[in-house]
Design a protein around this ligand. Sequence first.
Ligand code: GLC
Length: 437
Amino acid sequence: MIPVQPLCSQMRRDLVQVLALCIAACLLGPQACTRDVPGDKTTTLVFKHGKIAGDPGPFREVILQFERENPGIRIREEVLPAATDEQHQFYVINLEGQTNDFDVFALDVIWVPEFARAGWLKDLTHLLPAQSREAFFAAPLEAVTHTGRVYAIPWYIDAGVLYYRKDLLEQYGFGPPKHWHDLVHSASVIISSEPELYGFLWQGKQYEGLICDVLEYLWSHGGDVLQGNRVVIDSAENRRALSFMKDLIDTYRVTPAFVTTATEEPTRHIFGKGGAVFMRNWPYAWNLFQRDGSAVKDKVGLSPLPAAPGHRSASTLGGWQLGVNRFSRHPREAERFIVYMTSYETQKLLSLTIGYKPTRKALYRDEDLLAAQPFMAELYGVFERARPRPVTPYYMMLSQVLQPEFSAVLAGIKDPGEALRAAQKQMEFILKIEESG
Ligand code: GLC
C-alpha cells in the first residue's frame, strides 16, 4: 500500500490558493479564464471545427493572415473529432445550454435547418444579399436557408466521387467504370492478379457517412427515399441497390468485410498507401494523395461514381458551412471572420492546400486551380448535380432510424426487404411528427 502523507502546511496553503483561484474563475464564468483579458482591447474569437485531415499548417496560416489583417481580433481554434455525428452531439448539448464558449463554428450541410429552428444560429442574411447568392452552388445555398433567411455561409462543398488507380487500370486495359458492374469486373480481374490489393473501399460503418454512401447506390439504381413529402424508401429499386452493396462484399468479393466498420479516413489511408484499386470518398483526399512522398502520387484518377445500366450516376451532397453561435458575445467580429473564410481568395487557398472544394462557382474557372487540379472542371458538374439528403429540421431523426437498418443489411442481420419495410414505417412516423409540429 502507498502510505498517505499528511499535507505539509506550505502545500496546504498552495492548495487553498489554487482552489480560491478556481472558484473565482468559475464565478466569473468561462470568459474570465479563457478570453477577454481586462485592459486588453483584443477580442479572442473561438472557432470550432472538425479535425483537418493531413497537415494543419496551411490552415493555420490562413487564420494567421486574418489576424494580420485584423489586428484587434485573435482566433483560437478548437478542434473537434472528424466524425460529423460526434460534432453534432457536442453542439446539441452545448447550444441547448446556451453556451457562449465558442463564436464561429463549422456546420455540416444537414444541420442548418435543425439549428436555425432551435434558435442557435445568428441570422446572416445581410452577409449574402440576393445579388451575391448567385456566386454559390444552389444546393448548399438552399441548405443554409431556413424560412427564407440565411443562417450560415457555405464554406466548402463535398460530393461522393470515385478514386481509381490510373496506373493499374491502364496496365490491365480498363477505363474508369461507368457502370457498377464494370467496376466489379475491373476490380476482380486486377485483384486476382494482385491479391495483396483490395478491390473497392467505401464507408460502411453505422454512422452518417453510411447514409451518404447508401443514398448513392439507391439513386444510381433509380430509387429514392422521399418524393415530396411521401416516403418511397420501400421499393424494388432500393432492394436491388442494397443487395448490390452486400454482394460487393459477399458475392463479388471486391470489397473487404471490414468496410462495415470503416469511415472516410481509414479507407483513405489504405488507398493512400497503395492498398486498393477503387475507393469512394469525398474530394479532399486527392490533395493528400498528391503530397510529396505519397505512395500513390500521380497514380490516382477521380471520376463520377458509376451507376446501374439505364440510370444516372449520383453523388450525395456534403460539405460544411460557417455559422455564428447566437449566444456569442462577439457577433460582429465573428461575421468578419466568416466573410474572410468564405471569400474567393480563402476558398482558393484552402482548395489548393488542404483540398476543401469551393462553394463559389467562379473558382472552377480559376486558372491556377485548374492547372493544379485539372479534374476541377469535371467536379463542377458533379457538385451541380449532387443530391441533398432530406432538407428538414428533423433530418437527424431520419438518419438515426436509417443508419441501423442499412447497417443491419451489410452485417447480414436483415435482408434488404425487411430493413426497407422497417425504414419506411419509421420515416413515415417521423414525418408525421414534423407535419404536426
Ligand atoms: C463529409 C461531408 C458531410 C457528411 C460527412 C459524413 O464530412 O462533408 O456532409 O455528413 O462527410 O461522414
